[in-house]
Design a protein around this ligand. Structure first.
Ligand code: AMP
Ligand code: ZN
Length: 114
């Protein structure tokens, strides 16, 4: 996906503030953090949105969620709590069409979300 921002961060063409690099995933700090910890976890492989996930993608999604828990733990937020978010399409405010899991921590979050 030549024009995808997150593909460019994954490839290193655009510099990201990387916190984790694995075989199938990369995690980096959000450029406009909404909490003291705000990390985005993305698959290396381009997938537009949750709507394009296939049955065979179950493994990668599970890995993203488990990585979110690991990153929260590394930042000291396991016990206090943290928020994970996948935005999908316009009504949820998705702006980058390469799936990403937001991991936010370090403050209290409201419910329902805005
Ligand atoms: P979403 O609105 O769910 O699509 O989230 C996209 C997120 O990407 C937003 O929270 C942005 O602040 C973040 N973002 C945009 N550009 C960059 C960038 N170059 N590096 C890191 N995060 C970014
Ligand atoms: Zn992409």
């Amino acid at each position: 996906m030549p024009d995808c921002l997150f593909c460019k961060i994954v490839s290193g063409e655009i510099k990201g503030n990387i916190v984790f690099e694995g075989e199938r995933l990369v995690a980096f700090r959000d450029i406009n953090p909404q909490a003291p910890m705000h990390v985005l976890i993305v698959p290396r492989r381009h997938i537009d949105s949750l709507n394009e996930l296939q049955p065979s993608d179950g493994g990668i999604v599970g890995e993203m969620v488990r990585r979110a828990a690991a990153i929260a733990e590394e930042h000291g937020h396991s016990a206090g709590g943290y928020r994970t978010v996948f935005n999908c399409n316009a009504d949820a405010g998705q702006t980058v069409f390469h799936i990403h899991l937001h991991v936010l921590g370090g403050r209290k979050f409201g419910w329902p979300p805005g």
